[in-house]
Ligand binder design. Structure first.
Ligand SMILES: Cc1cc2nc3c(=O)[nH]c(=O)nc-3n(C[C@H](O)[C@H](O)[C@H](O)COP(=O)(O)OP(=O)(O)OC[C@H]3O[C@@H](n4cnc5c(N)ncnc54)[C@H](O)[C@@H]3O)c2cc1C
Length: 311
């Protein structure tokens, strides 16, 4: 199938048929037709231009912690920006971080500068770029959107800086996600806080995750979005789905909004568990759960993602 796809020039550094399971937190995902880790923005730009001219879709993979990638993979150009956009620079209470900087690393670097504000992000295994697509945050309402001063994006073949006011941040949703912009980095405004306090809070938050989330098994974090005024985990639990298993994947016995697998799980298994959970929750409570995790695939959308559009 991929033999019909063009060979990329060697200087783009793109590999063919790379298993994305090596690059996702869930350790699931078929091959990308092309995968690359550009050395810098100049090489990224050449990749973007080459992909556009050939009508290929360009996708950025961050921490791979909020995607479920089809076992058949994607006929796209997938890039990691970890070399091109991996820098962190502090200026007073502001920090400018590249899109590929991982949130826990950024929260720790901020602590070293006696800066708080990012404590909530310590247990979120995503990148700045990925976090800005979903307005990543935690249950008490703290989220990355509240810290953003500006975002640098790749738009129409060039760089642009968007002030925070130009971006809509809502619960696990931002206007960036519905655009063709690719995030290159962001400037966040933090607040002065002694390192000891920041570290202590981050420790508390990590301990709480260890107690309540299946941290030892591959997963993709919260699999469903919380419906307005309720918790997806509560609804899944109330529908009796804890432990529900299809193939090698199952609903975690520890946290009902997590689907885990035993290392052999496939995207098909995950999607099947999700669809069955949705069916049972709809029967039990009348609520139609929407996936939080994004589907990547070329074929038809799996049932779990086939939902009416957002109200
Ligand atoms: C154990 C665990 C715990 C989690 N806890 C939380 C939590 O508490 N709160 C929370 O909000 N989320 C949580 N998540 C989900 C996930 O970590 C977040 O959604 C995170 O922000 C995703 O970032 P990522 O870099 O992994 O994105 P990816 O999964 O790599 O990508 C997600 C989407 O963002 C796009 N994207 C990534 N980088 C860019 C970029 N530079 N420009 C444009 N698009 C880009 C991708 O193309 C894809 O469409 C958790 C996940 C796990 C596995």
């Amino acid at each position: 199938m991929t033999s019909t796809l063009p060979d990329p020039p060697a200087d783009l550094g793109l590999e063919r048929e790379v298993a994305l399971s090596r690059h996702t937190y869930m350790r699931i995902g078929g091959p990308a037709a092309y995968f690359g880790v550009p050395e810098d923005l100049a090489q990224f730009e050449r990749i973007a231009t080459w992909a556009r001219e050939r009508g290929l879709r360009l996708r950025v993979l961050g921490g791979g912690s909020n995607v479920c990638i089809s076992d058949e993979g994607v006929r796209d150009v997938v890039v990691s920006l970890r070399r091109a956009c991996g820098q962190i620079a502090f200026d007073g209470v502001q920090v400018t971080a590249g899109a590929a900087v991982m949130l826990p690393a950024l929260a720790r670097a901020a602590a070293e500068h006696d800066l708080g504000g990012l404590e909530f992000a310590i247990g979120i295994p995503g990148s700045v770029g990925g976090a800005l697509q979903t307005n990543a945050g935690i249950g008490d309402g703290r989220c990355i959107g509240d810290l953003v001063r500006s975002v640098e994006v790749w738009r129409d073949g060039g760089r642009a800086t968007l002030p925070a006011e130009a971006i809509t941040f809502e619960y696990r949703n931002t206007s960036l996600d519905h655009s063709d912009d690719l995030v290159l980095g962001a400037t966040l405004e933090l607040l002065a806080r002694p390192r000891a306090e920041v570290d202590a809070e981050m420790r508390r938050l990590l301990e709480a995750r260890q107690r309540t989330q299946p941290t030892a098994e591959p997963n993709a974090g919260s699999i469903f979005r919380n419906p307005p005024g309720d918790s997806a985990g509560r609804l899944v639990d109330a529908a009796g789905c804890k432990g529900l298993e299809v193939g090698h994947a199952k609903v975690s016995a520890l946290h009902a909004n997590f689907i885990v697998h035993d290392g052999q799980g496939t995207a098909t298994d995950i999607a099947a568990v999700m669809a069955e959970v949705q069916r049972r929750v709809l029967d039990a409570s009348g609520v139609r759960l929407r996936p939080e995790v994004e589907w990547w695939g070329d074929g038809p959308l799996p049932l779990a993602w086939q939902l009416p559009s957002e109200p």
